[in-house]
Ligand binder design. Structure first.
Ligand code: AMP
Ligand code: GLY
Length: 428
């Protein structure tokens, strides 16, 4: 089969890499892709960006693809999957109606409430007065979330009531601005990707992401600065429990509403002393968690995504996983997560030390006018290391990061460090 992957980040590079390793996949096309993806797949531009459904259909038809895999959330919320399905092409990714689980946090809370899914108490607010009441009712630490999509930067968690209120006011000032004020959930976070075909749920291996920009979880939130899997510290039965209490009830509820969920339901959890609580849903693969999850998945990816897209997850054999550990470290541009500096030359990404157990996935890179690889976004690269232990995987990833040159770049030096030391514990 032929597969078209939409997007240009390291997540899409990881998807393309895994798809190209699937013997049933004859060709992978990416739109728009990036210079790293171009080494393994044909890249096609998208005139109007990743939400340009007409351009996507044009590429899909010209290449006669059998499956379209949509990476980012913005095109899903904009209805790209609807357009692809209406054109008679299988699409891995939910309809716009189902993508509201990510597109509106208030909608996600409403579905969770109806489906009986464990999550934090929350108030949906449309005025600053309501926000003040909610902050006082729930108390510090304050959690204030933009209702809509915000590229991972819509959430502020703070003890400072004024900062919480300022963030809420900024969100409320947007057209139709709404904010969700939520109870603080204490405990280690887990990302669990659940493949869904509208009815059935097949969970992947849980991973942990590092959202804050700095070591020791300091500084502002980012899209994600690194990840690792598996999670040796996770309670046994966690995955089955989350499928039974979260993913399956949500998939059932969405089907019941006539808006079945197809694609990946990303369940972001906090493991609190009272059990797992949902922090957020996303309707696509997480970045950078996908890089480590797919690194360990031995089951060919193309057949799996096609089965999800066509309602056949029931026919899929139990997934096979490598026993190895995988770590990814994001190399970010100067000033990220603010406005990142771009145009810096990137070198050392090929033939990294430790290959093939270490490799570099591209995100914010382009080929510059000088013909050189240059930075073009906040998260520039995602460096993956694999090993028989978490310690080995970390060593491989960081040795490869050390070989990369990008002026002004920064990365976290503590990805998976506490897990390696056995210091991650679940309260209670
Ligand atoms: P989200 O965009 O909802 O994933 O939130 C981004 C990050 O903010 C999460 O990964 C958490 O680290 C943090 N966060 C979100 N909601 C809560 C909460 N209720 N309690 C504590 N931390 C939270
Ligand atoms: N790693 C977090 C996300 O993809 O939203």
């Amino acid at each position: 089969m032929k597969v078209l992957v939409i997007g240009s980040g390291a997540r899409e590079h990881a998807l393309v890499r895994s798809l190209s390793l699937d013997p049933t996949v004859d060709a992978v096309v990416a739109a728009p892709g990036n210079p790293g993806i171009a080494a393994v797949a044909l890249c096609e531009p998208l005139a109007g960006g990743v939400s340009d459904a007409e351009a996507i259909l044009d590429v899909a038809r010209r290449h006669e693809v059998d499956l379209v895999v949509v990476g980012p959330e913005v095109p899903l919320v904009a209805g790209v999957a609807d357009a692809v399905c209406n054109a008679g092409i299988a699409c891995f990714g939910p309809s716009a109606a189902a993508a509201r689980l990510e597109g509106s946090k208030a909608f996600a809370k409403e579905v969770m409430s109806v489906a009986g899914v464990p999550t934090g108490l929350a108030h949906v607010c449309t005025t600053a007065g309501e926000v003040e009441d909610a902050l006082d009712a729930l108390g510090a630490p304050y959690v204030v979330k933009d209702d809509g999509l915000a590229a991972g930067k819509g959430v502020v968690v703070t003890d400072d009531r004024t900062a919480a209120l300022d963030h809420a006011r900024a969100c409320l000032a947007k057209p139709d601005g709404r904010v969700v004020v939520e109870e603080f959930l204490d405990g280690p976070e887990v990302s669990l990707f659940c493949l869904c075909d509208g009815e059935m749920v097949v969970p992947l291996s849980p991973a942990q992401d590092f959202k804050r920009v700095g070591d020791g979880d300091s500084g502002p939130n980012t899209g994600g600065m690194g990840a690792y899997c598996p999670l040796d510290w996770a309670p046994p039965g966690l995955v089955d429990d989350v499928v039974a209490r979260v993913a399956q009830p949500v998939v059932d509820e969405m089907a019941h509403r006539g808006t079945p969920f197809t694609g990946v339901l990303y369940v972001g959890l906090a493991l609190t002393s009272r059990g797992p609580r949902v922090i957020e849903f996303n309707v696509r693969f997480g970045d950078p968690e996908t890089q480590v999850v797919l690194d360990r998945l031995l089951t060919p990816l193309g057949g799996l995504l096609l089965a999800a897209a066509t309602g056949h997850l029931g026919d899929v054999a139990p997934l096979r996983w490598s026993a190895d550990h995988s770590v990814t470290v994001v190399v970010a541009a100067a000033d990220y997560p603010g406005t990142p500096r771009t145009g810096d030359v990137v070198s050392g990404v090929e033939d990294v030390p430790g290959a093939p157990d270490a490799y570099v996935l591209h995100a914010g890179t382009v080929i510059g006018e000088n013909g050189l690889l240059v930075s073009a976004g906040g998260r520039v690269l995602s460096v993956v290391g694999r090993g028989a232990s978490l310690a080995q995987a970390r060593r491989k990833a960081y040795a490869a990061v050390g070989a990369i040159e990008l002026p002004g770049a920064h990365h976290r030096s503590d990805i998976a460090e506490r897990a390696e030391r056995g210091e991650v514990t679940v309260p209670g």
